[in-house]
Design a protein around this ligand. Structure first.
Ligand SMILES: NC(=O)c1ccc[n+]([C@@H]2O[C@H](COP(=O)([O-])OP(=O)(O)OC[C@H]3O[C@@H](n4cnc5c(N)ncnc54)[C@H](OP(=O)(O)O)[C@@H]3O)[C@@H](O)[C@H]2O)c1
Length: 238
């Protein structure tokens, strides 16, 4: 699908991969809905990106997710593309996983994207076309000590996404998954720590792929309608 003039919701647009993706899609002529909790940051970005629209949303809150889609359609009259990007890491060995934190991450990294999909799909069906990109993680393809909680949710997101892809093909709605590898954002700093990683304080983002590299992969995935896109080819060889 070409993004020009399309209405695109980008969750987690206040920083990192989401912010850079929103900028790239806007540059390509999309009307971008900027969604996250940090409304001040979104409002600044809204001023920068022509025709964009900031919506405050906590992606762990079902009502707020529904409201995000409702406000999108009220404002633009349609929704063409959903990019489920908001997410957070959690470093803890299996024995140390805190149940409340795991449940929170379940809501954010898995259930939130599913609810957002459920909300946009009826509009996409009516419009006869749609594209949903779910941001997974290279860790979904690996078994890294301390990452059981986070990676299992991303693995589940892949499962839900690729199943929905089969279900929605007949409606001309494409569901795709992208697997970023280590990307230079504040992701590691924002990761919930539980004894595995040290708190980095004000340290710079971990060296990795620039977020612009992943944003371009997301744009390519919308255009190509492929099922999966890997930050690096070796990740797809499983
Ligand atoms: N960076 C990496 O190395 C890497 C690798 C693999 C996969 N990923 C995935 O890529 C995606 C983006 O990560 P990133 O690297 O850009 O991380 P980031 O810089 O920490 O950004 C995370 C984004 O998610 C939003 N967010 C967090 N909790 C939220 C909530 N409860 N409700 C709504 N929005 C929320 C944040 O906005 P607010 O705080 O303003 O709400 C922020 O915009 C995530 O799904 C992550 O799992 C990242």
């Amino acid at each position: 699908m070409k993004v020009k003039d399309k209405v695109v919701i980008v969750t987690g647009a206040s920083m990192g991969i989401g912010e850079v993706t929103a900028k790239l899609l806007s540059k390509q002529g999309a009307k971008v809905v900027l969604a996250a909790r940090s409304l001040d940051k979104l409002k600044n970005l809204e001023k920068e990106l022509n025709g964009s629209y900031a919506i405050k949303v906590d992606m762990t809150d079902e009502k707020e997710i529904k409201n995000m889609v409702k406000k999108t359609v009220e404002h633009f009259g349609r929704v063409d593309i959903l990019i489920n990007n908001a997410g957070q890491g959690y470093d803890a060995f299996t024995t140390d996983i805190k149940i409340d934190k795991f449940k929170y991450l379940f809501d954010l990294n898995l259930l939130g994207p599913v609810i957002a999909m459920q909300e946009v799909i009826p509009y996409m069906k009516k419009q006869g076309e749609g594209s949903i990109i779910n941001v997974a993680s290279g860790t979904a393809l690996m078994f890294i000590p301390g990452m059981g909680a986070y990676s299992s949710l991303k693995r589940s997101l892949v499962g839900v996404s690729l199943t929905a892809r089969e279900e929605l093909e007949k409606y001309n709605i494409t569901v795709s998954v992208i697997y970023p590898y280590i990307t230079s954002t504040n992701f590691e700093k924002n990761t919930i720590k539980n004894g595995v990683m040290q708190d980095e304080g004000d340290s710079p983002p971990m060296p990795g792929d620039p977020p612009e590299y992943i944003a371009q992969k997301i744009l390519d995935l919308i255009n190509s309608k492929e099922a999966e896109s890997f930050a690096h080819d070796w990740m797809g060889k499983r």
